[in-house]
Structure formats: C-alpha cells, structure tokens
Design a protein around this ligand. Structure first.
Ligand code: ADP
Length: 617
C-alpha cells in the first residue's frame, strides 16, 4: 500500500537505477537516496525520509527522459552534522567543501549583493551541481544569462575543485593573423576551447558560460562551429565540463546529451533553507533590505514571492531597488504600492507584457463561465500545504484554459480579467502570427515566448486563434505538418515543464475546440470552457457595462428594446453599437440615448453583419 506517496527520482546511471529498484524494502527512503547521486522531480518532502522503501512508490528515470528545462531538486539534504564539523569525508573519499558560515541567514540585511542573492536563492541547486562536479560528472545548466556570471564561481567554490573559465580572447593581435580574415568571436572562442581542453589538468574542470552562443540552435541546423564544439566535447569525454545555456535558445540534443546531468534553474523559490537549521526562510525576508522593508508600510514578506516568482534573484533585487527609488521621499508608500511598482517594473522590462485593467465586473453576463473560472483559479492557487494535496494538484490542475466559441464573445476579455484577478501581467499573441511571421521557426518562438512569460510571472500568456499553433498533429510528412507537429510538441514540453510555484497561466482562444490537438486537452493541461453567444441576461449586462463606460444614460424601456434587437449579436457588436452612439453624440450632437438614434444604429449593425456573412459565403 503506497497511499499515493510517489517519489520521482532521476538516477544518472543504469547501475544506480538498478540499485534503487533492488533496494531492500525495509530500508528508509533517506538511506537509499543517500546511497547514490540522485535528483528528484519534486522538492524533497522531509516527511517521507523515514518511511520504508516498501511503503512508497519509487519511479526512477534517467536524465535523457527528463526535459532540459525540467527543474530538478536535491534528493536528500546533506547531513547537517557533517557540515558542522566541516571535514567529513564523502564515500568517494573526496573532501566536502568548507561549512557555510555560522549563524542563520540575516533577515532584512543592510545590503544584498548579486552574488549573495544568487547564493541564497539557488543554494540547493548550487550544492547539487557542485556535488556532481565533485564526483567528476559534467553538468549542463539551463538558466538565464544574467545569473551565469555569479553561478559559475559559486559552484566552483562549493565543489572545491579548481575551475578554468572559457573566455573570449581579444581580436587577433598577431600581425600575421591580422593579414588574414579577422576571426569572428565564435571562432576565437572555439580556438580557445580547443586550447583549454588540450591543457586541462586533472582535478580541474572547465566552465563554458554561454554554450548556446557557441553552438545553440536545433539539431538539424548545426553549423560548422557547432559541429566542431560537439566533436571537441565528445572527443574529450574524460574532462568535467560545466556548461550554461539560456532556455530560450537551447542546445542541440546531440550536444546536450554529452552532459551526464541537466539542471534547469528559473525564477526564484518561495523559501530558502537556512544553512544552519534547515528551516525555510521566506524570500521576502532574505532578499529585502531593512531600508526597503521600513519604507513600505505594512509590507508582508509572505506576499512577496508571488509578485517576483518568475524573476531570477538578480532581477528581484533590481525590482526592489527600482521600487525603493521610485517611492523614497513620497508620503507613506504601502506594501501594495510596492507590489504595484514591481508589476510596472516587469512590464517595462518586457515590451510585450502589459498590466491589464479589466475585471470580471467589466464583463457582462456569463455567470456560469465566471464561476467555472473562479473555481478553477481557486484550486490552482492552492492555499494548501498538505503534500498529498500538492501531488493531487500537480496532476489535476490545469496549466490554463482554452476558451472556445464564436468571435467577439469576450474570450480575450476573460483572459485579461483572469490576469487582473491574479495580479499578473499579460501578453496577447496572435497564433497565426507565430506561424506566419516566423516561418519554420514557430517552435523556437514558442520557447522564447514561454521563457519571457516565466520571467514576467505572475503572468498570463494568451494565444488568440490558438488552433494555428495547437492544431491536431497528423501523420503526414510534408513540411507544414512537420512544423505543426513540432509546435504542438514544444507546447506540451513547455506545459509539463512548469515549475510548480511559478504563477503563470496559458490561455488559448479558438472558434472551434475540435481543431485543437487532443493531448492538450488532458485535465493536467488545458481546461476547455465554452463562451457562447450572449443570452438575454448577458446582452442586458453587456449593454449596461458599455453604457456606463460611454456615460450614456439609457431608460429601462430602451434597454429592453436593445436586448431584443441584439439577438445573435456578440459582445463586440454591442460594444461597437454603444461606441458609435457615443461618437455620434460627440461629433454630431445626436443624443446617444435617443431611441431613434439607437434604432438607426441597430439597423446599420444588422446590415453590416448580414453583408459580412454574405461576403464569406
Ligand atoms: P474574442 O476574444 O471572443 O474574439 P474579445 O474578448 O476580443 O472577443 O472581445 C472584443 C470586445 O467585445 C471586448 O473588448 C469588449 O469590449 C466586448 N465584449 C465582448 N464580450 C463582452 C462582455 N461579455 N462584456 C462586456 N464587453 C464584451
């Protein structure tokens, strides 16, 4: 009986996998995990540590089964006693790194450097990567470029091994070389890589800070340099390499598989473990300075994370500094002001994200749809700390919604209201644009859009006309089908590779749900919600919403007439009707609430709709 207590483990060799599956069923989970270099797909739940292996359900995967972007977690925290004495020897005989400084991480320190921010927020990951390096294993880290400069040295320090960093040599100064064609930066770096690999001494490891710039891109477009990098790294398989690549660029699979382990780092965690007692400390307490806390009245550290979850620790600090300077000297800014400014900061950072101002109250009618969305959002937001519930959640909670129904019925509006409800920013992308504008590059574009959305979390990304990129996959082997299938595959990868605690939602809109690939409609991916033509109640509410917006004072009788006259019309049609009435009043002085004016406009609208329909027949 396992009570659904599943632990998904990543083992790095077949031997380890066999050892795990063959472990004595009476050994404890902690004992078995300590016995090898394992990583987990979910953060380790300390409560499982003392359970017997026979009482839990172990699922063991190999690194190749786990996507490059999937976040991985350390299996079991290093025993605290070993850290305290500082000189414990691990089972391979190598020395453990020096213990972390004594004393807990300070709350609200005076200052926080980028290095400290990264060291705190990514402490567990740094330790994991360092332990792989110590064991002589190569690691590929997928993370944003901004954090690489700090991460490399931190990992090197924790690994107690000497690191050699691949840099770019300056332009050729040799007069002989200058006579020839000047070499590109890539070529110069490649030359240096060759040199370093040749000379790399035992015990040292090589850091490649931007492997993607050297050899990025998909497999089928490997250029000459990328091919050489692949050859060099495979040809020197005995050397330990720590490489970094940006998730939005990615590395060819052939190169990525040179690395024993791949680890994805994104955003910032909600809590960081205190190195002394392992107690979780809130991000909003350790990455916020005292002056910043004191400035914002009623600042609530537990609320901090959801506003910055998608930002890497360096960006978190930038956002805080920005907010501090924006509000310093103003009268009594509050915690709410802080979070609003952080939203603005994120929107500025990314031209494509905006902060929506539509609320559910601005959407007329559709009570059932609103209730369905609100219920789903409540479950998604969780609010439970029970691990069994979390498991349940990760399986059943959709990553987003697909709104389907006729055009102009408010599907995009719902997406905006959701973003507003979640205090999130939003990016609306047109599906056909992804395929047309970036011919043959849809897959890469999707990866970039998701990386950007994660950085902007809490965020909502909306794909209008979702069927253009999420259409059913086919078995045909023409170019178009291949590109389409690859885009759906990329969407699936992105949806399944969510970091659970990054608040980020995907919304697709389409006129026809049956065009969408069925794999996307599983409960753990998208929830389909129909937004049909507005009924009488909805039409009345929509008329009222827009009459308020355009400050048109309609009598109840006129509203009744308009409700009747707009049967089979969408919210968008009703909105245009009231907008035209408003414009008529402003430009020509026709009273916007005059029944004749409205009657005339309704007639015009119906004619326009009819003509539009006929033109499509
Ligand atoms: P869709 O995405 O379904 O094609 P949109 O969400 O873009 O439609 O709606 C277009 C416009 O129509 C909105 O900006 C809004 O002004 C109006 N609209 C549609 N439905 C509603 C509604 N239920 N309440 C208020 N306005 C609506």
């Amino acid at each position: 009986m396992t009570d659904g207590r599943q632990i998904e483990i990543v083992a790095w060799s077949e031997a380890d996998r066999a050892r795990l599956y063959g472990a004595s069923r009476t050994a404890t989970v902690a004992e078995v995990l300590r016995d090898g270099m394992f990583l987990l797909r979910q953060p380790f739940d300390r409560r499982l540590a003392d359970l017997r292996v026979g009482d839990v359900d172990l699922v063991v995967r190999m690194p190749v089964d786990v996507g490059l972007d999937a976040p991985l977690y350390r299996a079991v925290p290093a025993p605290r006693s070993a850290e305290a004495t500082g000189t414990a020897v691990s089972d391979t005989g190598s020395q453990l790194p020096p213990p972390p400084p004594r004393g807990a991480v300070p709350s609200f320190p005076e200052q926080i450097s980028d290095r400290t921010a990264i060291g705190l927020a990514y402490a567990e990951e740094v330790e994991t990567i360092a332990s792989f390096i110590r064991q002589g294993l190569s690691v590929l880290v997928s993370c944003e470029k901004l954090v690489v400069k700090q991460l490399g040295p931190l990992i090197a320090e924790r690994s107690s091994r000497e690191a050699v960093v691949l840099d770019t040599p300056p332009e050729d100064s040799d007069p002989g070389a200058a006579l020839m064609m000047p070499r590109s930066q890539r070529q110069r770096q490649l030359g240096r890589l060759r040199e370093l690999l040749r000379e790399l001494k035992d015990g040292r490891f090589l850091i490649v800070p931007h492997a993607d710039l050297l050899a990025g891109g998909p497999d089928n477009q490997l250029n000459a340099e990328a091919r050489e990098v692949v050859e060099l790294l495979y040809g020197n398989a005995e050397h330990v390499v720590l490489a970094f690549a940006d998730p939005s660029i990615g590395l060819p699979e052939v190169l990525a598989s040179r690395f024993t382990t791949r680890i994805g780092l994104s955003g910032s965690p909600r809590t960081v473990p205190d190195p002394i007692d392992g107690r979780p400390r809130l991000l909003g307490e350790v990455l916020v300075t005292r002056a910043e806390r004191d400035l914002f009245l009623g600042y609530e550290p537990s609320e901090f994370h959801k506003h910055v979850a998608g930002l890497n620790p360096i960006r978190v600090r930038q956002a805080m500094q920005y907010a501090y300077y924006q509000h310093r000297g103003r009268e009594r800014p509050t915690g709410l002001d802080l979070f609003k400014t952080i939203r603005g900061f994120k929107a500025q950072m990314s031209a494509s994200f905006e902060v929506p101002n539509v609320s559910f109250d601005d959407i007329g009618g559709y009570h059932q749809v609103k209730k369905e969305i609100e219920d789903a959002l409540r479950i998604m937001q969780g609010g439970t700390t029970d691990p069994e519930d979390e498991l349940l959640q990760s399986d059943l909670i959709p990553r987003g919604f697909i709104f389907h129904g006729p055009p102009g019925t408010g599907k995009t509006l719902f997406a905006k209201a959701i973003a507003n409800y979640l205090n999130a920013s939003i990016m609306v992308v047109s599906g056909p644009e992804v395929t047309d504008k970036y011919v043959g590059e849809g897959e890469r574009k999707i990866r970039e859009l998701f990386a950007e959305a994660r950085r902007n979390a809490p965020s909502v990304i909306v794909f209008d006309e979702f069927d253009a990129i999420a259409g059913r996959r086919t078995d045909r082997d023409d170019g178009g089908s291949r590109a389409g299938n690859a885009m759906v595959a990329q969407l699936l990868t992105e949806l399944d590779g969510f970091r659970e605690n990054v608040p980020f939602l995907v919304v697709g809109t389409t006129n026809q749900l049956n065009l969408i690939d069925p794999a996307l409609l599983r409960p753990s991916r998208f929830r389909g919600i129909r937004v049909g033509e507005p009924d009488r109640t909805a039409r009345r509410a929509i008329i009222e919403v827009h009459a308020r917006r355009f400050k048109i004072d309609l009598t109840p009788q006129l509203i009744d007439l308009m409700v009747d006259a707009t049967e089979h019309r969408s919210g968008d049609d009703i909105q245009s009707l009231l907008r035209d009435a408003y414009v008529g009043q402003r430009l020509h002085g026709h009273p916007a609430n005059d029944p004749y004016v409205i009657g005339e406009l309704v007639g015009r609208m119906n004619r326009a709709v009819k003509e539009h329909r006929e033109s499509r027949l």
